[in-house]
Design a protein around this ligand. Structure first.
Ligand code: URA
Length: 228
């Protein structure tokens, strides 16, 4: 992680305060003064502030059941930010591992561990995300095969990766995708002439949403390990 981030993770300093102390030469990494706040450091490095060794706080891993009409952003933007629901200290040190649209509900993962969230977000790892989808029109028989084969979304260079469609009833399905293109689920159904009227994420990898709307909890060790 960056040196300024390491300082914030091991003290009560805010980012600008940490940067100022680094620029003033108060921080040493493995015995040498470093004045570049952007250098990458490791938790095992010997990092001192005014001669005192710093130890970062352990990383945090949280699930939230995102309510309707909330926004996956650090600040309110017309709608309340999801961070309003997570009552932890320094909530804004956390970031969102895969955003949902304002009108999408369900599983949102928050962490301050960038490597962990990378494993969820990067297309390279093909992490499965399962959505419960409400549709305007009854699902047609050919859609599961078309999603399995991949479909061309407007303005995209490549077709979508194979996605799994399971029918709950004529207007409700489960869709599992392994990428996170912009408005992907809504655009996939639009591409087959249907329309999403409700969208709820219930699973990311092996992590299943199991709390009420608006509630949050820390992930278990086992859940954390899925993305280590
Ligand atoms: N796909 C969408 O269209 N919206 C979301 O919020 C998530 C996936």
């Amino acid at each position: 992680m960056r040196l300024d981030r390491f300082l914030c993770k091991s003290t009560d300093l805010l980012r600008p305060e940490a940067t100022a102390l680094i620029h003033q030469g108060n921080v040493q990494v493995n015995g040498g003064v470093v004045i570049n706040e952007a250098i990458q450091v490791h938790e095992n490095n010997n990092i001192t502030l005014n001669g005192v060794r710093l130890t970062p706080r352990p990383s945090r891993y949280i699930m939230l059941n995102k309510p309707l009409n909330t926004i996956c952003s650090n600040v309110d933007e017309g709608y309340p930010s999801v961070f309003r629901y997570v009552e932890v200290e320094r909530a804004l040190d956390l970031h969102i591992a895969g955003r949902l649209d304002t009108d999408t509900t369900g599983l949102v993962l928050l962490t301050d561990d960038g490597r962990w969230s990378y494993n969820i977000i990067t297309p390279k790892k093909a992490c499965k995300k399962q959505y419960r989808v409400g549709l305007r029109d009854p699902i047609r028989d050919d859609v599961a095969l078309r999603f399995e084969q991949g479909i061309q979304l407007q303005g995209e260079k490549s077709i979508t990766r194979p996605a799994k469609l399971e029918t709950i009833n004529s207007k409700e399905v489960l869709l599992t995708i392994t990428e996170g293109r912009f408005h992907q689920v809504k655009r996939m159904f639009a591409a087959v002439g249907n329309r999403v009227v409700s969208l709820h994420r219930q699973k990311v990898g092996e992590i299943t949403l199991d709390i009420d709307v608006g509630q949050w909890r820390y992930l278990t060790e086992k859940e954390i390990m899925y993305f280590k």
